[in-house]
Design a protein around this ligand. Sequence first.
Ligand code: ZN
Length: 251
Amino acid sequence: MSPDLRLVLHLQDLDNQIRELQREISALPKHIAEIEKTLDVHTRKWEADKAALQANQRERKSLEGDIQMQEQKVSRLRDQMMSAKTNEQYRAFQKEIEYCQNEIRKMEDRILALMEESEPLEANVRKAEAALKEERQRVESEKAAARERTAQDKRAVEELQRQREEVVRQLKPAVYAAYEKIRAKRGGIAVAEASDGRCSACHIALRPQFFQDLRHLEQGVMFCETCGRILYYQPPVPIEDPAADTTAPAS
Ligand SMILES: [Zn+2]
């Protein structure tokens, strides 16, 4: 492998790491926005349940007041009924009392219905309150972790950039220019391995003579004749036969 190719491979490795870190740096605010949005939805649901519960309680209270008023009216009517002069007057009072009592029963039924409705609401509000408290803490700690992670990533990127400058300084300007041009055109990947006689990026077979030359490259770099990426050849690592392991102690 030529020294230029070695440097190019190092450069691609650094660029891959930088790209991965930058991807993470830009993904973190999105993640935070998502968990904050979920928290917001849960908070609004809790507020709606709380408002429904409050409306329920208000209606009960107002009904209780109305019942009291009706009861006072009934007791007043009873007093008046005592001094009724005629049967007709007596029946009129009686009818009015019945009407009020009927109203009271209707309101009592409504109160019972409201009490039934409020039970699950109260349970929901209580549960949501506890869950929200936990969720808020979790969101806060995730935000803190994301800030910490972002700061770490940025420091790592700076360090990689320094190493990159060092590599670029050693690289022939023409090779570096070619590398950057291909990287911009090929989605950040300017280098591809040639294996089984093919470019591993575009999968097009290399000419046998070209592949031979690449295998014995001692200077400069070679470009895939199809996709233009810088190619490198990695000789296969011989697979060791475990049975032939002579370092194992004899038993
Ligand atoms: Zn190719």
